[in-house]
Write a new protein. Structure first.
Length: 685
């Protein structure tokens, strides 16, 4: 390395070149230190080790691009307040039943409620005491299509379904009633009668088509008291009556003029007088005492009505007498066909801590065991129909599967210290048997924090004790190296259960995880949302409440994060906030010259764009390696207009290393750039 030339460095750093000449307008000394790239935080090194383009800390600001460091918004209006139910929030997640979006909340008193996120109406799914000792690690929630919310808990018979109106659990019947045959000829809704078993209280609602077919059965009360060994049968009563109201008339007879039946008549045409309703398979009888051979005909039925008739045998009739006696009368008789339906009980013996739907099955994790339903069923785990279970004997599964998540064509089994995945699910044979392939993605990396595991784009992200990890296909890799200096600064996160979410913020899709850490600026132990753009930028934020849990909802591709302090639930990052603190901290620069020299900072320049004048001032601190900070208050604009350029600020700070900290409560603004003018004052040799 060539010897350091102080004079040459000072001359080269003195200013920009103008046609081979130095800029004559710059004051003597090195070029200013420029802080404007904002390429995320880097706590993986020391503050002097942070590259110029990165930040040592960024909290409450979002680095959108170079020269665009935007203040983050605060909470929106309260969606749910658990205090109205005299309990607290354990955790929540989001589902939709049909087109109705819900937040499903597990409460500390063992209750589960649903909040319509459009109307804020609260509906009780499970009453208080239903979930015993509820916690983030003992309860799982997911959905089956848009028909049912699925709730599992680590307790006997801990499997529930909710269809937006009713909850279904062990001891009652399952919600899916199969119409085996539609029957025909129903003029009113029949009753469904159950026989067998110990339970009672089951009621149904039956749908009949205009053609008299039984087309649907829904459960209006699943009943109680049924036992695992019960066998139940459903009957549709009363039997259908068949069609009525139709009438037909013979309109033409032909005369035979030769052969042995001269003078006899045959039926030429039959007309439909009234089409009737609810006909299934009518019989036409031709009535005439003097008939030599009776005619036959078949009715053509459309939607339960007689639309036409086909003469299948013309018959022989005596042509003597009046028209009233010559033309036979046609009598229509019909009988309906009884429908058949099949019902079954909700499963017994299923319990777990995590649930997912994948490849037409429900999968439930309970310790090292995973249960799965028969294909196409949300409530049938029987092996006779293709359901089943398996228990992992892998040495890398230390205790349990903590979360199940379907993504990229795989079902990932997140263990406390490992990741497996399932693929190739198929059911075949008689009786049906479900088979699949299970492989390990990583035998050393997993997560004991189930609510930290979510899909993000084409990846699955999860957090554990030493960082954030992404699962791509069958590979697991750490992506949070930039957080290493702050991420695990509180042992075991102080008991906080890590939870993650997504949000669309300023048009950008953001992933976030809630952790407890030691703030590197304030040195306080705090709950922080650590955020990632999915590429290379990390930053953090708080909200106006102390968050204990976060989750997100996606509706029509709009992603909104929600958070709770244990009592209230708010949407996050919703509106400008003049009470939310924001802080950004640069590296400690040894430029110009390096730490061989002592330098003095004497001037600050800054530029920002304001979208609100609320709390617009900033507190500027010029820092050095001793931790000493010299603060200055810079006023923001009094009114909105053009980009705000702060007046040059005389500052005073000395040391081999200097940097800056910017703090503000500005409701809505973007820092564009900051510059520090340095002067070398001493060689430290």
């Amino acid at each position: 390395m060539p010897p350091f030339n102080v004079q040459q460095d000072r001359q080269e750093a003195r200013g920009q070149q103008f046609g081979g000449r130095q800029n004559p307008y710059l004051p003597p000394g090195p070029s200013p230190l420029v802080f404007e790239q904002y390429k995320g935080i880097n706590t993986n090194t020391t503050r002097p080790g942070v590259p110029d383009e990165q930040m040592y800390w960024c909290d409450g600001f979002m680095p959108l691009a170079p020269r665009n460091l935007r203040t983050l918004y605060g909470i929106g209006d309260v969606l749910f307040n658990a205090a109205t139910l005299t309990t607290t929030v354990v955790f929540f997640t989001f589902v939709n039943i049909g087109e109705t979006p819900y937040m499903i909340v597990v409460l500390a008193d063992g209750r589960v409620v649903a909040i319509n996120t459009n109307t804020s109406v609260v509906t009780t799914i499970l009453v208080a005491g239903t979930i015993t000792s509820p916690s983030i690690v003992s309860v799982g929630i997911n959905q089956w299509g848009n028909e049912y919310a699925i709730i599992v808990a680590d307790q006997p018979n801990g499997y529930w379904l909710w269809n937006g109106t009713l909850a279904f659990t062990s001891g009652g019947i399952a919600p899916a009633v199969e119409v085996v045959s539609n029957g025909a000829g129903y003029s009113s809704e029949p009753s469904i009668i159950l026989t067998g078993g110990h339970g009672s209280g089951v009621t149904f609602s039956v749908s009949i088509s205009s053609a008299g077919l039984l087309v649907g059965v829904s459960v209006t009360n699943p009943g109680t008291g049924y036992e695992a060994t019960d066998s139940i049968t459903a009957s549709v009563l009363p039997a259908p009556t068949g069609g009525s109201g139709g009438s037909v008339t013979v309109t033409s007879l032909g005369t035979i003029s030769s052969g042995p039946f001269i003078g006899m008549g045959t039926i030429n045409a039959i007309g439909v007088n009234a089409v009737g309703t609810l006909y299934v398979n009518p019989t036409l009888t031709f009535v005439r005492v003097s008939t030599n051979a009776a005619a036959t005909a078949a009715a053509v039925i459309n939607n339960g009505t007689i639309t036409s008739l086909n003469v299948t045998s013309r018959g022989l009739y005596n042509m003597t007498g009046s028209l009233a006696t010559i033309y036979p009368t046609v009598v229509i008789t019909d009988a309906g066909v009884s429908a058949t339906v099949s019902v079954h009980l909700m499963p017994f013996g299923i319990q777990g801590t995590a649930v997912e739907t994948y490849s037409g099955h429900v999968w439930v994790a309970n310790g090292a065991t995973v249960y799965y339903t028969a294909p196409g069923f949300v409530d049938d785990f029987s092996t006779s129909n293709g359901g089943g279970n398996f228990t992992s004997s892998d040495s890398h599964l230390k205790v349990r599967f903590t979360q199940l998540i379907a993504a990229n064509g795989f079902l990932y089994l997140i263990g406390d210290s490992s990741v497996n995945y399932i693929s190739g699910v198929q059911t075949s044979g008689t009786p049906p048997t479900t088979s699949f392939t299970q492989q390990d993605a990583d035998a050393e990396v997993g997560s004991p924090y189930p609510q930290s595991v979510i899909a993000f784009g084409r990846n699955v992200l999860m957090a554990n004790s030493y960082g954030v990890h992404t699962i791509k296909g069958g590979a697991v890799s750490k992506v949070s190296e930039m957080l290493d200096g702050v991420y695990a600064t509180v042992a075991e996160f102080g008991g906080l259960q890590l939870a993650s979410a997504q949000a669309t913020i300023f048009g950008n899709r953001v992933w976030m995880v809630l952790v407890r850490l030691i703030d590197p600026v304030t040195e306080a132990t705090v709950n922080k949302i650590v955020m990632w753009d999915g590429v290379d930028r990390w930053w953090s934020s708080s909200q106006e409440i102390t968050l204990s849990y976060i989750k997100h909802q996606e509706i029509d591709s709009v992603i909104t994060a929600y958070g709770t302090d244990g009592t209230v639930v708010h949407p996050l990052f919703q509106q400008p906030s003049g009470s939310l603190s924001k802080v950004v901290q640069s590296r400690l620069y040894d430029a110009p010259g390096g730490f061989l020299f002592r330098k003095a900072e004497n001037r600050y320049w800054g530029m920002a764009e304001y979208y609100s004048t609320v709390a617009s001032s900033i507190l500027l601190s010029i820092d050095n390696e001793t931790g000493t900070a010299v603060p200055y208050t810079l006023a923001g604009p009094a009114s909105l207009g053009s980009i705000h350029i702060f007046a040059p600020q005389a500052v005073a700070q000395q040391g081999p290393l200097t940097g800056l900290t910017i703090q503000t409560s500005a409701a809505d603004m973007a820092m564009i750039a900051s510059l520090l003018q340095s002067e070398i004052i001493e060689f430290r040799g």
